[in-house]
Design a protein around this ligand. Structure first.
Ligand SMILES: Nc1nc2c(ncn2[C@@H]2O[C@H](COP(=O)(O)OP(=O)(O)OP(=O)(O)O)[C@@H](O)[C@H]2O)c(=O)[nH]1
Ligand SMILES: [Mg+2]
Length: 506
């Protein structure tokens, strides 16, 4: 353990409970940078500041928005933090997002933190202090006022006590990994991404892989809180200037990792979960958050506390990572847990499987062969004919795969690469303007057959749209393609699955 190891602190709490004002009082930094944030008086994006505690401990602060519509930003911000600063306004008490943020912190296993009862110049803080001890037992609670400047020293001391037991991440010998939370360009510098460095180090000159697409980029410069550094270490807020990659080729939610780290995108994850008030129904559609990315998913129950998450968009998890599971409508946090197997096969419950998951849950090495089942990942993307594809075409294949059910328009793609991919059978024309990766189409076909099997043997445009969580435009192109491929037959509104295709299911 090192008292020097940098830590990341995340704010939490209901809208308007004084998170941003408190961070400004503690650090001098106004984390609401956007004009619309200043105009509306609410936080929309994640904000960043740094803080030095009296002990000398350095903290990177992530200030999250409290609005119920921005919980996904809160989860993305909270995902790499070491400790929390929960605010509860003295004049308002515990409110829905106070509870939901507390649930997210539990789901992420962020157990160290402090509660600030804010606005104690407006109301007696006693009641809110009591509520705090019920909501987050074990956390110190301090009454403060950002306006009057009271309680700030007590709060800093409490933060120091909460931080004292935390080892930080810097000394873990793990490959570099950063979950991107912002991407932008700086004139003269090019593409810059920011995020919390979860593990490892990033230094100027390093080559990094961008997942899930698999592109490579080189690090031209590294900054920690606006200061250029030779290298950034785990636990720090980092801005990385990348060469060889345009802003269009990288998104919030992507993962920068050291090549050879073993990280790979996946549509399936076996997890161990705990829930707040209710467990999802087996088969329920939920939102799964991991790192700074989220995706709709189906919950397949594996028995006990074990589940398989069948993801609609790929995540890039490692064993031991935390995930948050949220209800789609009305949005609310159900719970969360730990990734046991980031690349399982598609399977249901089974005695051998349970025994293996129990072993993984205890942290034992994963030496058992995976249980029998259908391979989770689509077959290896490239056939012998495709082995001669150039780097441009390979990158395009990855891009199509990563785009999932919503591929870019042909007009946005390099025609030479697209033609090469089509010849190799990797890209398949689905409409006049769209190509899909063939693995994505295989997934669509599987989903259509499943949907039809659950219903009356047919699917409608609206059903497929909802199933794939996409727009009518993509769902329509896909259904027309399946009609043309003789998987389905159009009868009015319905696309009836043909008997020949149905046999695939049995
Ligand atoms: N009187 C008083 N007002 C405060 C205090 N702290 C914050 N406020 C006011 O409360 C309002 C909301 O404060 P913010 O800091 O923006 O709240 P927030 O939690 O960051 O809000 P979101 O980020 O939108 O969730 C602002 O008008 C602040 O000036 C305080 O200690 N005393
Ligand atoms: Mg705010």
């Amino acid at each position: 353990m090192s008292a020097d190891a940098p830590l990341t602190l995340g704010t939490a709490g209901h809208i308007d409970h004084g998170k941003t004002a408190l961070i400004r009082a503690l650090t001098g930094v106004d984390t609401d940078r956007l004009p619309q944030e200043r105009a509306r008086g609410i936080s929309i994006e994640l904000g960043y500041a740094r803080m030095h505690l009296p002990s000398g401990r350095r903290l990177s602060v992530i200030d999250v928005p409290g609005h119920e519509r921005f919980v996904r930003a809160m989860v993305a911000g909270a995902t790499g933090i070491d400790l929390y600063l929960m605010t509860i306004a003295a004049d308002d008490g515990v409110m829905p997002q106070t509870r939901e943020h507390a649930a997210v912190l539990r789901a992420l296993d962020v157990t160290a933190g402090v509660v600030a009862v804010t606005k104690s110049d407006l109301a007696d803080p006693e009641l809110a202090l009591l509520e705090a001890s019920e909501l987050l037992p074990g956390a110190e609670a301090v009454a403060v006022s950002a306006r009057a400047g009271t309680g700030l020293d007590e709060l800093r001391a409490a933060l120091d006590r909460a931080a004292a037991g935390l080892p930080g991440r810097a000394e873990r010998a793990e490959p570099a990994r950063l979950h991107v939370d912002r991407v932008f360009t700086i004139r003269g510098a090019g593409t810059v991404v920011t995020g919390t460095l979860w593990s490892g180090r990033i230094a100027r000159g390093d080559e990094l892989a961008v997942l899930p697409a698999g592109d490579r980029a080189r690090v031209r410069g590294v900054q920690v809180h606006d200061e250029a550094v030779e290298r950034a270490v785990a636990g720090q807020r980092v801005a990385v200037n990348l060469t060889g990659l345009s802003v269009e080729e990288i998104d919030r939610g992507d993962v920068l990792s050291q090549p050879g780290s073993g990280l790979a995108p996946t549509y399936l994850v076996d997890v161990e979960l705990g829930f707040e008030d209710r467990a999802p129904e087996p088969g329920e559609r939920v939102t799964v958050h991991h790192g700074t990315r989220e995706t709709p998913a189906r919950m397949a129950w594996l028995g006990g506390r074990f589940w398989q998450l069948r993801l609609e968009r790929q995540l890039v998890p490692a064993r031991g990572d935390r995930v948050v599971v949220r209800q789609i409508a009305p949005p609310d946090t159900l719970g969360g847990g730990t990734v046991l197997d980031p690349h399982p096969r598609k399977h249901g419950p089974g005695r051998e499987l349970t025994a293996r998951l129990e072993r993984l849950s205890r942290g034992e090495p994963d030496d058992a062969p995976p249980p029998e089942g259908r391979p989770a990942e689509p077959p290896p993307p490239l056939e012998p004919a495709a082995a001669e594809l150039g780097p441009g075409a390979l990158a395009l294949a990855q891009r199509l795969l990563a785009a999932g059910f919503e591929p870019p328009l042909d007009s946005e793609l390099a025609p030479v690469d697209l033609a090469a991919l089509r010849r190799a059978g990797v890209a398949v024309r689905v409409s006049k303007t769209l190509h899909y990766h063939r693995d994505t189409l295989a997934e669509v076909r599987r989903r259509v057959l499943e949907l039809a099997a659950r219903g009356d043997g047919a699917v409608t445009l609206a059903q497929l749209r909802d199933e794939l969580a996409t727009s009518r435009k993509f769902a329509q192109a896909l259904l027309e393609h399946l009609d043309a491929e003789k998987v389905t037959l159009r009868r009015g509104e319905a696309h009836v699955v043909r008997a020949s295709a149905l046999r695939e299911l049995s």
